[in-house]
Design a binder for this molecule. Structure first.
Ligand code: UT7
Length: 338
């Protein structure tokens, strides 16, 4: 069986910085509330024209390829994780194939929200292990800002999310390399509605609801924005993150002390700090950048990995742990040597 290794990582965030203060002019919130509850100080918002989900993903992927020293025509498969695709269908994987001028290789789209990147990495790892592919682009990209409710009604959700993309090139590793040790994936669908965007959907399309001439009462209006039962999600997140990290360590007969850097999905700085404290990890072994970007769901781990690499916090031979939890609920982890 082959081994796979991340050989290039890149990210892209749109240039427009949106501060907590700016949001407080749109809704009843404050820098103090957002900072205290989440650690977020600012996030990036796309212009909604140029920087679509697939365009941001393509920009991150170009950088990952460049850093890997691999050309687009060497890519044999594309995996794209997002909950905010450019189109309802087709998914953005094929748009990356077109934009990068890659030949007619397969493009797979993953729908696992905050855990999407780790799920995508897991799929890519299996293809490489089996010998089917050698160079797989794994992308996570999100454009939340176009779909959030910036009125008081949506303030519990809309202050958290931001836009951006990250990507890695996963490659078949030379004999004797360590690379990805394992990936661990979980789901619990009974909580699917606790963090979700339910409508519109295939049985309730916009044109069925907004009938010409019909005036709707306030309580008849359908909410086309994400819903999150924040407290409930928080409590599950802090438990599942720890469980899935420990599961990965046990599977590889490693201990918490062996981890050089934990890169948790950037859901909430308070969640990351809680896990760090509970697992007795020193602060420098946990990477956080949610302060600058908010929660970018499937993009958060590859953006964080790319920044950690740029800052020299990911070095050859380091043991890296990726962990995620989110809508579904789904949660996942991966242990890998850099
Ligand atoms: O990435 C996927 C996984 N997602 C997560 O892990 C997110 C998990 N959840 C959380 O991070 C937190 O639950 C939130 C940051 C979303 C919310 O924090 P919270 O401490 O759970 O707040 P809450 O929802 O219990 O609301 C507390 C109060 C409420 O007011 P009352 O009822 O106490 O008067 C809310 O109406 O804060 C109010 N509130 C706000 N106030 C100012 C809610 N949103 C805001 C806001 N600004 N943006």
């Amino acid at each position: 069986m082959y081994k796979s290794k991340i050989v290039g990582v890149g990210h892209y965030v749109p240039p427009r910085v949106v501060t907590n203060h700016e949001l407080s002019q749109l809704m009843d919130t404050s820098d103090e509330w957002i900072t205290e509850r989440t650690g977020i100080k600012e996030r990036r918002f796309s212009d909604l024209k140029e920087d679509t989900t697939s365009v941001m993903g393509t920009k991150a992927a170009r950088l990952a390829l460049e850093r890997a020293g691999v050309s687009a025509d060497q890519v044999d498969f594309i995996i794209f994780a997002t909950l905010s695709p450019d189109f309802y269908f087709p998914g953005p994987g094929v748009l990356v194939q077109e934009a990068l001028g890659i030949s007619t290789v397969g493009a797979l789209d993953i729908r696992n929200q905050c855990s999407g990147f780790v799920y995508a990495l897991s799929v890519a790892d299996q293809y490489i292990k089996s010998g089917m592919y050698q160079n797989i682009l794994v992308i996570g990209s999100e454009l939340h800002s176009g779909g959030l409710d910036f009125t008081n009604r949506g303030r519990g959700v809309s202050v958290i999310f931001g836009d951006g993309a990250g990507a890695v090139l996963l490659q078949r590793a030379p004999e004797g390399s360590l690379g990805i040790l394992s990936t661990h994936l979980h789901s619990e669908g009974r909580h699917a509605r606790e963090l979700a965007l339910i409508e519109p959907n295939t049985s309730h399309w916009v044109h069925d609801i907004i009938k010409e001439g019909k005036v709707f009462a306030e309580d008849e209006l359908v909410d086309y924005h994400p819903y999150m039962n924040g407290n409930f999600v928080f409590k599950h997140a802090v438990t599942r993150f720890q469980e899935v990290i420990r599961e990965a360590l046990e599977a590889n007969k490693l201990s918490v002390e062996d981890i050089d850097l934990l890169i948790p999905h950037q859901a909430n700085l308070r969640i990351s700090q809680y896990i760090q404290a509970k697992m007795n990890l020193p602060e420098e072994k946990v990477f956080n950048n949610i302060m600058k970007y908010g929660n970018t769901t499937a993009a958060s781990i590859p953006i964080a990995l790319s920044e950690a690499w740029e800052q020299g916090r990911v070095r050859d031979g380091d043991l890296i742990c990726l962990a995620a939890f989110g809508s579904g609920f789904t949660w996942a982890s991966s242990l890998l040597y850099w």
